[in-house]
Write a protein that binds this ligand. Sequence first.
Ligand SMILES: [Zn+2]
Length: 440
Amino acid sequence: MSYGKEGSYPIERASKLGHMKVIEHENVRRLLRQFEMVSPDSIEVPLGSCDGNVDLDAGSPIKYIITIDGGQAVIPNEIRRDKRIAFISVCAMLIRLEDIASLRNDPIIDPRDLTKMFEDRIWYQPAALPLAGIRIPGESVKDTVRHTIDAVLEYSKLYDDLHFLVYRKWNPAYDMNPASNPDAPHMNCLMCEERVYLPKYAYSFQCPNCGFHHRLSDYLGIAQQMPDNWSREEAASSLRNAMETLTLFHFVFRYWNEPKILSQILFLKDGPLLLRAQLSRLIEPIRDLVETIKAAGTKLNLVGVEKNGELVDHIEDIKKHLQKPGDYFLPSIKYMFEEVAGITFDPTRYRNRVQYGSKIVVRLGPDHVIPLDITTGNFCLNPTIADLIGFQDIAAVLSKMVSYSHENALIPVKLANSFSSISQQPSGDILQAFTDKLIS
Ligand SMILES: [Zn+2]
């Protein structure tokens, strides 16, 4: 916290900082300001503020929580350490609120009984992705990764969800004609890099320029992020994130036009509502779907629980402002940039293509202060509490879900974690057989 109460540090170290001061970058300047701050008087007001209070005891129509969680592990071949493969698992877990209520009445229940209780409410999907030293003879690593991702979407049936999302099938009138809608789904050809527009509702399509055969899975761009001869661990994270997102929206697609059911469900994702790199191609369709549901007068209760990142890093500061249960901190994008990250924010040049929720930190109980992402539909630079769809209902329900198993734990997340964790896989043999089937 404080670098030396004496208010000084060795002169020689100070002079070494001199030339750093010429770096005209806000990030560096902020860093140096923070570094040089020595006297207790100069300690800044803790980050954050209390922007309002939500009634956690208000009734809510939510009866079910569908939690989406994933895990991944990189496994080297025991004998050939240069061969590495990533195992990915994604699960969706359905919890009835009444089950949790009965658990609270019986707080000494064994965690193993708990697991048994929810066993049949789990949808679980494993995948494996080659990382190094593994490819099908005659294929490049990139090809093998492409074909693997295609196979994962096929056998998991998540292909239908990708199809629904990319082609915005909730809106049959969606304009897919590039002449009138240049933003219609398109990508660069994997062979000649020419722009290719996706033909309406196609699972397979050819490049009009060179004839290269593409699959809809190529639109996720996961194989394109990596060099030719090896695959990065990032590819595994991207596939996992794609699977988590498609799993989540699988349930949304099932109920999107059934307002009564939809308003009773809380969709909870373990992690931020964020899609990076080429996966961000799914962001605009997601925002559009949320807006469509909102325009129909229905609420999509969708929340991501942040486990790391800037708000988690500053949670000790932020929680000082949030004294009472229900107190929340709702930062603008400008605040996130300038105060939290310490970088310059230019609203005229900023365009967010990766988030489908707004960030909020809320005190759910005496010991739980949790950063959440809550969906808003169209992106908000300065979100108000009304923009965060279902915030009141979501906060009220989550406040009944706090767990003391570890810091800031929530029961649905903890349950889903225990199911999706790779270490829960039955045995290495089964994993091996599973991989053989998939890769060879
Ligand atoms: Zn081409």
